[in-house]
Design a binder for this molecule. Structure first.
Ligand code: ZN
Ligand code: ZN
Ligand code: ZN
Length: 120
């Protein structure tokens, strides 16, 4: 398995989004931090994973299901747990809003914070 597949696999199997540091803890014996950064950048660029900024400003990564390199399409909500720091994609939750005329959205970042079911 290539390094890229290994990382993609880990992110895909994880229930919550993984940070660079989470990946480094798991893969530190076989990959260095720069390699992991580069691979994450490539995976984001090719539409295989998306980046989420959690409430503490840490970037986390989760898999994409319908994206490709031309169209990253994310309008779901992310939930950031204040107890275990996990970030979960709530793919079925789509926020509704309406913007004033002439505003064009290019990126959405909806993160709710609170207590996840595991910590409740
Ligand atoms: Zn995506
Ligand atoms: Zn939690
Ligand atoms: Zn997500």
């Amino acid at each position: 398995m290539t390094n890229k597949q290994t990382i993609l696999d880990l992110i895909g199997k994880s229930e919550s989004a993984l940070s660079h540091n989470d990946l480094l803890l798991t893969l530190g014996d076989t990959m260095n931090r720069v390699t992991i950064y580069r691979i994450l950048d490539k995976l984001v660029a090719s539409g295989q994973v998306h980046k989420i900024i959690d409430i503490d400003g840490v970037s986390k990564f989760a898999s994409c299901h319908v994206c490709d390199e031309h169209d990253h399409h994310h309008n779901h909500v992310h939930f950031s747990c204040t107890k275990c720091q996990s970030v979960t994609c709530l793919e079925d939750v789509v926020p509704a809003f309406s913007l004033p005329a002439n505003y064009m959205v290019e990126e959405m970042n909806f993160t709710l914070s609170g207590v996840c079911p595991e910590c409740k």
